[in-house]
Design a protein around this ligand. Structure first.
Ligand SMILES: [Zn+2]
Length: 260
C-alpha cells in the first residue's frame, strides 16, 4: 500500500481520465491519494473527487500563492474546509523564483491560510521556492500558535531545500515530502536530505501531473508513478520498498488523520 500525498487532478478531470488514473494507481499499489486544491475550481474538484472515491481520495483545499493577486471567495473556502472529506489546507506558500515582485501579497495570503489551518486544526501543505527565510519565520509563528495535535501541523511538499532547512522544519514538527525530483540525476544533495529525515516524518508524492520520476521522465506524471519514488528513496535508506511504502503510508495516515 502506497500513499501519494500530492496530486493535482485538474488536468485529469478535464480530460475525463480520473477513473483510469485511479485504476492504474490501484494496479501499482497506490491505494490512497491526496487531491490538492489551491484555487476555487481545484478546491471544488478535490472535494468532489473525495466524495466520489471515499476509499482512495481525500481532499486538501486552500489558496496558493498565484491567488495572491486575485480575490477568490473566502466564504466558499471556509465552507469547503468544513467538509468531512477535507484533511488539510493548501497547497499554499511562497515562491520568489517565479514572482518575487509580489512577495508581500504572497505572505499576506499564506498568513491567512495558516490562520485557517490553525482554526480548523488541520495540517497545512506548503510550497516553498527561494523564500526560505520568510517561510521559516512564518512557520515559527504558526508552530508557536498551533493548538492541534503535535504531529499534524503540516508538510513541506516537493522538498528541494537543503539539510539545514530540513532540520529546522523537522524541529518545528513538520513532515517532509519527496517527489520525483529526488530521482533526477542532478539531485545528489536532495538524496542526502532524503537519507536523514526520520522514519516517522517522511512522505512521498508525485505532484502529478508535473515532475515524472525517472524512468518515466517526459511522460505526464500520475499517482501510479510514485512507486518509483518509493523504490529509490527506500534504497537510499537501506530498507525494502514494501517497508518504506508502509512507513510513509502510516505517516500520511497520522498527518491527515486517515484510518490505518
Ligand atoms: Zn502541488
Amino acid at each position: 500500500m502506497i500513499t501519494d500525498t500530492h496530486v493535482h487532478f485538474d488536468p485529469f478531470a478535464a480530460a475525463g481520465e480520473v477513473d483510469a488514473i485511479v485504476n492504474r494507481a490501484a494496479v501499482a499499489g497506490v491505494t490512497r491519494m491526496i487531491a490538492i486544491g489551491g484555487n476555487p475550481a481545484a478546491n471544488r474538484l478535490a472535494v468532489r473527487l473525495a466524495k466520489k472515491f471515499p476509499q482512495q481520495i481525500r481532499a486538501v483545499v486552500g489558496f496558493d500563492r498565484d491567488q495572491a493577486k486575485a480575490s477568490p471567495s473566502r466564504e466558499e473556502l471556509a465552507a469547503l474546509a468544513k467538509e468531512p472529506e477535507v484533511v488539510g489546507i493548501g497547497e499554499t506558500g511562497l515562491d520568489y523564483y517565479y514572482e518575487p515582485e509580489n512577495s508581500m501579497e504572497q505572505q499576506a495570503l499564506l498568513s491567512e491560510m495558516l490562520a485557517l489551518a490553525r482554526g480548523r486544526k488541520l495540517p497545512v501543505i506548503l510550497h516553498n521556492r527561494d523564500s526560505d527565510e520568510d517561510m521559516l519565520r512564518m512557520l515559527r509563528e504558526h508552530a508557536a500558535a498551533w493548538k492541534g495535535e503535535s504531529d499534524r501541523i503540516g508538510v513541506l511538499h516537493c522538498y528541494t531545500g537543503g539539510i539545514e532547512m530540513a532540520k529546522t522544519l523537522l524541529d518545528l514538527g513538520f513532515f517532509i515530502s519527496f517527489s520525483g525530483i529526488v530521482t533526477f540525476r542532478n539531485a545528489e544533495s536532495l538524496r542526502q536530505v532524503a537519507e536523514i529525515v526520520p522514519a516517522d516524518r517522511i512522505l512521498v508524492e508525485t505532484d502529478s501531473p508535473f515532475l515524472a520520476p525517472v524512468p518515466m521522465r517526459g511522460k505526464t506524471n500520475e499517482p501510479a508513478f510514485v512507486a518509483h519514488v518509493v523504490e529509490l528513496v527506500a534504497k537510499l535508506r537501506n530498507i525494502s520498498a514494501a517497508e518504506f511504502a508502509e512507513q510513509t503510508s502510516r505517516n500520511a495516515a497520522r498527518l491527515f488523520a486517515l484510518p490505518i
